[in-house]
Design a protein around this ligand. Sequence first.
Ligand SMILES: Cc1ncc(COP(=O)(O)O)c(C=O)c1O
Length: 465
Amino acid sequence: MSTPTPNSAEARDVMFHLHSQTNAQAHAANGPLIMERGEGIHVFDSQGKRYVEAMAGLWCTSLGFSEARLKRAAAEAYDKFGFYHTFNHKTPAATIDLAEKLVALSPIPQAQAYFATSGSEATETMVKLAWVYHTVRGKPGKRKIISRDRGFHGSTIVAASMCGMPRMHREFGLPLPGFLHTLCPDAYHGMQPGEDEAAFVIRLAATLEELILREGADTIAAFIAEPINAGGGIIVPPAGYFPAIEAVLRRHDILVLGDEVVCGFGRTGEMWGSQTVGMQPDMVALAKGISSSYFPISAVILGKPIQDALAEMNKGGEIFGHGFTNSGHPVGVAVALETIRIYEEMDVVPHVRAMGARLRAGLDALAAQSRIVGQVRGAGLMIGVELVAEPASRTAFDPALKIGARFDAEALRNGLVIRAMGDTIGLCPPLIIDAAGVDEILDLFGRTLASVEAGLAQPHTAAAE
Ligand SMILES: Cc1ncc(COP(=O)(O)O)c(C=O)c1O
C-alpha cells in the first residue's frame, strides 16, 4: 500500500468508498489493499500477490474462498426464485429445512430458529425477545442489558451499545442508557497479585452481582457474552467462569444470551463455543460460519420459554412486530444448508481439533524462542498470540510503539493476513485448512515475529502500517 496514483482503482476507492473500521486519513495516504480472488485458504491481491488468509476474512469463510458447492447451491436456489420472504405466514421451502437443521444441531432444547441477515440483527433480535419474555411474565421493568468489557456484538445502535469497546462508542455518544458493562474474564491481565484463576472467577461473579444489586435486578433483562471473545483479543474465560456467572444471573432472573457469531459451527473445537466454555444460553445468535459468509444470513435460536412468551404476548391475534426483508432468504438458506452439509461430511469438529492442536503447538514453539510473546491462547482454530514488552512480568508494550500494527504490516509483506487487536495477533483460518496450510501459517508467522523482534530498536513510521 502506497500513495495512490491518480485515477487508479486505489485513488477511486479513496475518493468514492467509505470503509468500515478504517482511519480515513491513513486510508487517503496509503490507499486500499485490493483483493481480487480466492483459492482455498489463499487470497490474491490486484498485483497477483498471494496471501494465506489466516483470519478467514472476518472470522467467517470457514470453507475457504472458493468452495464450488456453495456457488452451485446458490445457483440452484436462484433457478427457483431470486427472493422470497418469511412475513405473514409465508416461507420458502428451504427455509423450513434450515430451521429444522439448526434446531437439531442447537445447544438449546425444543428450540426454534429466527432468521436475519447480519450478526448485529441477530444480537439485537435477542434483546427484543428478552424484553418480550420479561414483559409477559409481569416484569416489564426488566429492560437493561449487561455485556462485558472487550465484548463485540455488532455495529447497529443496540448491538454497538452492547460492545465493550470505546471505539464502538466514542463517535456516537453510545452506549444507550440501560446498556451496562461488567469485567472481561481476561485472567492474563485481570488477575490481581496473589489471585489464582479460581479466585479471579469468584471476584468476577461478585462484581457482576454488585452491578446487578446496584442497578436493581428488577431492571435487568439479560446478559450477553461471546463464549470466547473474538474481536476483543481472543479471550478464553478461565475454568468455571460461565457456571459461576450464570448462577448469579439465574438467581436474579436474568436471561443468558450467547453470541456464537464467531464461535459457532466448529470454530472452537466443539460445534458450539458454549460447549467449549460450559455456557448454557437461553438464546444464541449465529452468523458468519452458518454460510461461510458466502451469503449474508444470520439466525437466533430461541428456547421454549421465549416462544411461549411470544405466543402469550400475541394471544389476542396481534402479530410479532419484527422482521427483516431478507430474513430466511432462499438463496442464503440454500448456501447455509450446503455449508452445514459440508461441515458434517468433513467431520468438522475433530478436524478443527487436530488442525488447532498443530497450529497451537507450532505457535507455542515459536513463543518459546521469542522474547516478546506473552501468551498463546485460544481454542480450536481461534488463537491469539499476545506480544508484550516483558513476558515475565506481563508488561505490555508502550501503545505508541504500535507493535500489533507493525506485526500486521510485516505479515502482509510476508503474504500472511492476520488481525492485530492491540498487540494480540489473531489467527482464525478457514476450517478446511490442512496440515500444509497450518505449516505455511507457522512459517510466515515465525518469519514475521523474527523481523518484528529484530526491528524493535527502530522507530515505527505510519507509512509502515
Ligand atoms: C461476536 C460477534 N457478534 C456480532 C457481530 C456482528 O456481526 P455483523 O457484522 O454481521 O453485524 C460480530 C462481527 O464481527 C462478531 O464478531
